[in-house]
Design a binder for this molecule. Sequence first.
Ligand code: BTN
Length: 262
Amino acid sequence: MSREEILSRLRSEYMGRSLYYYEETDSTNLRIRQLADEGACEGTLAVSDKQSAGRGRRGRGWISPPGMNIYMSLLLKPDIDPTDAPMITIIMAQAVCDAIPGSCIKWPNDIVINGRKVCGILTEMVLDGDQIRDVTVGVGINVNQSDRELFPQEIRETATSLRLECGHDVDRAELVARIMEMFEKLYEQFIQDRNLGFLRARYEERLAGIGSEVRVLDPQGEYTGISRGISDRGELLVETPDGEVHRVYAGEVSVRGLYGYT
Ligand code: BTN
């Protein structure tokens, strides 16, 4: 993968067109943070072959060996309410899922294949008073990793790569380009509509665990219910046995299937 390879495959209008490629960096989310501070435009994309300090959600790390995976971060400057920003993660999950045949979405941040995680998304927002200054959407995809041992012991059972699941290598540059193209279309529609009504049916087709029991790990109390899909704001709809449908807002809680990781 190289800058030229990505650019030659790109069919988007502006997502990824301002492209920064690194052989190694600490974290592409941090690179975008710095580029944003220097005045970079919306759609600026940072891609690295290796990260020395890859970041995951909840303060965790993201193992980022060279030569096999995708580590990328996209800069956005949406003129939306900060409370609407989690919907951007939903859109990126859809774009990644669309670009990877056979994958599903584990609401709200993960893409899974055969029940194992192949991609994680880390969305970070900077505010200016009560307005969004910018949003960084970081995407890590395990692509051509052929050795399960490279995953740390604690995620060896739940993590996977495209190579491990599909049995063949995938062109990383093409995958980056496809995701940019798909994300751009969805993002444009979202900015116009300011909600995800347009995406719901499509999203629910790929939503892992829909119609099954999930456990919602809400800090105010855990509960179990049936996953019924998402609202037009991207909240997970969970129906409890009393018939009430709870709207689970991304960020506050974590959701688990009752059987296995998804
Ligand atoms: C998760 O915890 O599931 C989110 C992982 C996000 C990892 C990506 S890799 C590219 C970008 N840079 C980072 O440091 N993190 C994100």
